[in-house]
Design a binder for this molecule. Structure first.
Ligand SMILES: Cc1cc2nc3c(=O)[nH]c(=O)nc-3n(C[C@H](O)[C@H](O)[C@H](O)COP(=O)(O)O)c2cc1C
Length: 188
């Protein structure tokens, strides 16, 4: 089984990220390839990057960095659930990525993005550029949700149509393949 961590990128009060995060969490849990955990950046509550040394050196000074390092180090794969803010990614996810280096290396990442007409894809395209610098493998299969609020019910639950569920299944299957392949790379 692979350890899959779902990172919820948005942190603002009233955010919709957790509704979408819970939906992909429930789907991922049904896939026997994964043991799944949610990492909600609002709960993890990292400050702005405040380590004096480059993360590559792992000379962490702060408890919050050491805790974040442990959470990311024992992951085999990630899903980043992200909105698009001003045609880009939220600063919170870039900050969380910047805190670490080795812990991200040789691990696959899939994206669930949401927004207006672009479905958060501009955010994802920018994130792909960042994560490759950290030697992650951003997989092409993704879930992009234009006008996502139409799938939110009165209880703020996310209830999408069948095609979206299928694309999530495809992404999870590919993520499992990459997780297997990259695990061997990390061993060598
Ligand atoms: C600061 C800010 C900037 C936004 N910029 C965009 C944008 O560029 N493209 C887009 O599709 N939606 C944009 N939106 C609308 C978001 O898609 C929508 O508010 C969504 O719920 C944000 O995710 P969150 O609720 O998890 O924070 C923006 C929202 C905020 C708060």
């Amino acid at each position: 089984m692979f350890n899959l961590k779902i990172i919820i990128a948005s942190t603002r009060p009233g955010r919709k990220g957790p509704a979408i995060g819970s939906w992909i969490y429930d789907l991922a849990k049904k896939n026997s390839a994964f043991e799944v955990t949610i990492l909600d950046l609002a709960i993890i509550n990292l400050p702005f990057f405040d380590e004096p040394h480059h993360p590559r050196l792992k000379k962490y000074q702060h408890e919050h960095t050491k805790n974040w390092s442990i959470l990311i180090d024992n992951a085999d794969a990630f899903i980043i659930v992200t909105p698009e803010y001003n045609y880009g990614y939220p600063a919170t996810i870039k900050n969380a990525l910047d805190f670490l280096y080795n812990e991200w290396n040789y691990k696959p990442v899939g994206f669930v993005s949401y927004g207006g007409i672009a479905g958060g894809t501009r955010s994802v395209q920018m994130l792909k550029q960042v994560v490759t610098c950290q030697k992650m493998m951003p997989i092409p299969e993704s879930v992009n949700l234009p006008f996502f609020t139409k799938y939110l019910n009165e209880q703020e639950g996310f209830v999408p149509e069948e095609g979206i569920i299928e694309s999530a299944g495809l992404m999870l299957a590919e993520l499992a393949k990459w997780a297997a392949a990259l695990k061997t790379m990390r061993k060598s």
